[in-house]
Design a protein around this ligand. Structure first.
Ligand SMILES: Nc1ncnc2c1ncn2[C@@H]1O[C@@H]2COP(=O)(O)O[C@H]2[C@H]1O
Ligand SMILES: [Zn+2]
Length: 510
């Protein structure tokens, strides 16, 4: 394969070749009907896996479902790997990355679960963290899971339960149909997640990487890509009501829509598309379901690791880098190229820190007012990717009411859970986290007015004339009006803790 010479300087225009315009995807996704495309993807994964193992095994290349010598060897290999990883965690160390940069490369799923036993006992500190890390590592890298993953990729899917398939056959057609409309704004990610048996992020990303020609363009190994995406998806916490893999898939789908904006799509290089989708998919990975102030006040070690600044975003980024290196997805690229990709991913993910909203918004406004954005410049395209990712991250109030309302309820539920934890441990309850004082409609109106509307007004100005932006602004205003009506109804019928209530002060109204 052609080896890239490294990334262009920030201001060089895109040129053909590895970083040049996208070429037609090799497996002909565009030509195949989408109903055929997903099975093709699975076949592609299996073929890639077999090729790596030296061609098909068994008579006629078909798998018999029984375990041969090479299966045993592989299991032994996996067992050694798992033992090695557990021993490493038990030694309290981290794997050396082999890379020269000084930033920490975080192990997967190693820290952020908030272990209430650590909060309870001030003395348990270090030991508690090592214990919790060890437990999680055992869970995440369990022998069984690795065996299953490797069998699944080779097509040796256990007979029962059949639902372990990446895509259950019954739902394949419906999921494929949905993917044929992946660039439309009314894409229902909750439905897609159900149809894909909880694999929305992996399925969506594999599809987008194929249809965007990225697999071909960057000569990506499908097995490694699938392994990387599987790690990312799994490291989102499914128990979080909001910050889970479905939110990541939702942001990725929105990002894909923004990358299709006529103003952008013709200017973007394959690398831009790669970075935009990757950053969207991984931007909240391993989110603990509590915010940065909570991590700081509970003296979580991530807060000290990142010096109380963009703590979560830094963790999402460094975890992503860890998974990229562990999967070897970019290992065929020259070191300076993969390092550049890692850095750019960092710059995109760190831009999602909501406390930096005004900084980005005023720069965006200045550019729009002086009309000096030149998308031939890589640095300007990067800035627009940052803005697009920020928009995708907070776009839920711009979705149809039925989808938008679900996100609103989920994010508030996550806030309230943090508030409950704070109340339980006699900490001050964080803003927006007190279910007794902060209603869902009130939180939504504040969020829309101060964060979402100002950002999307500028995005609308930038993308104009854009039917998508027009649609999004319509939903945003209608949803805002609907929350206002609900707030009025709410305050008339349900007095909250901040208001004097009949029956005395400080009463729990839940
Ligand atoms: N509908 C919403 N209501 C209130 N806050 C939100 C909503 N959607 C997103 N957010 C917040 O905006 C933040 C954007 O970055 P995160 O996804 O890390 O976390 C998100 C939430 O804290
Ligand atoms: Zn997010």
């Amino acid at each position: 394969m052609p080896v890239p010479e490294g990334l262009r300087g920030p201001d060089e225009p895109p040129h053909p070749g590895l970083w040049g315009p996208l070429r037609t995807p090799p497996i002909g996704c565009g030509g195949l009907s989408l109903a055929l495309e997903l099975p093709a993807l699975v076949r592609q994964l299996r073929a890639a896996w077999r090729a790596r193992r030296g061609g098909p095994r068994g008579p006629g290349g078909s798998h018999t479902g029984t375990w041969g010598e090479s299966d045993k060897e592989e299991v032994e290999e996996v067992r050694r790997d798992v033992e090695d990883r557990i021993a490493h965690v038990e030694a309290g160390g981290r794997r050396t990355s082999g890379h020269a940069d000084a930033s920490p490369v975080e192990r997967r799923g190693s820290y952020p679960l908030i272990d209430v036993r650590i909060l309870k006992s001030k003395t348990s500190g270090q030991q508690g963290e090592v214990e919790s890390g060890r437990r999680q590592m055992r869970r995440q890298l369990s022998f069984q899971r690795y065996c299953h993953a490797s069998r699944l990729l080779r097509g040796l899917v256990p007979r029962a339960p059949p639902s372990l398939h990446l895509l259950d056959d019954d739902y394949l057609g419906q999921a494929a149909y949905m993917l044929s409309k992946v660039d439309t704004w009314n894409f229902d990610i909750f439905l897609f997640d159900r149809l894909t048996n909880g694999n929305s992020l992996v399925t969506l990303m594999c599809h987008l990487f194929n249809v965007s020609g990225l697999v071909h363009h960057f000569q990506l190994d499908m097995v490694k890509l699938h392994r990387f995406l599987g790690m990312v998806q799994e490291d989102y916490h499914s128990q979080n009501p909001y910050h889970n893999a479905v939110h990541a898939a939702d942001v990725t789908q929105a990002m894909y829509c923004y990358l299709q904006e006529p103003k952008l799509s013709e200017q973007l290089s394959p690398l831009d598309v790669f970075l935009g989708l990757m950053a969207a998919a991984a931007h909240d990975v391993d989110h603990p379901g509590v915010n940065q102030p909570f991590l700081i006040k509970t003296r979580h070690h991530l807060a000290s690791l990142y010096q109380n600044t963009s703590v979560l975003e830094s963790h999402h980024w460094r975890s992503t880098v860890g998974m990229l290196r562990e999967s070897g997805l970019l290992s065929h690229l020259p070191a300076d190229t993969s390092q550049n990709i890692e850095q750019q991913l960092g710059s995109l993910i760190l831009a999602t820190d909501i406390s930096r909203q005004n900084e980005f918004l005023s720069t965006f406004r200045e550019h729009l007012e002086s009309r000096d954005l030149d998308l031939q410049l890589a640095s300007h395209r990067h800035f627009i990717l940052q803005i697009a990712l920020k928009c995708a991250d907070v776009c839920n109030p711009c979705r149809f009411w039925e989808l938008s309302k679900q996100w609103s309820e989920r994010v508030c539920e996550e806030f309230y859970r943090q508030g409950d934890l704070e109340r339980k441990f006699d900490m001050e309850i964080s803003p927006l986290c007190n279910q007794q004082a902060d209603s869902v409609p009130a939180i939504q109106i504040g969020f829309i007015s101060y964060i979402v509307a100002p950002l999307f007004e500028e995005w609308h100005r930038f993308t104009e004339p854009s039917p998508l932006s027009h649609t999004m602004m319509g939903h945003l205003h209608r949803n805002q009006a609907r929350w206002s009506r609900l707030l009025r109804a709410d305050t008339q019928t349900q007095p909250r803790a901040t208001e004097p209530r009949p029956g005395g002060e400080g009463e729990d109204i839940r």
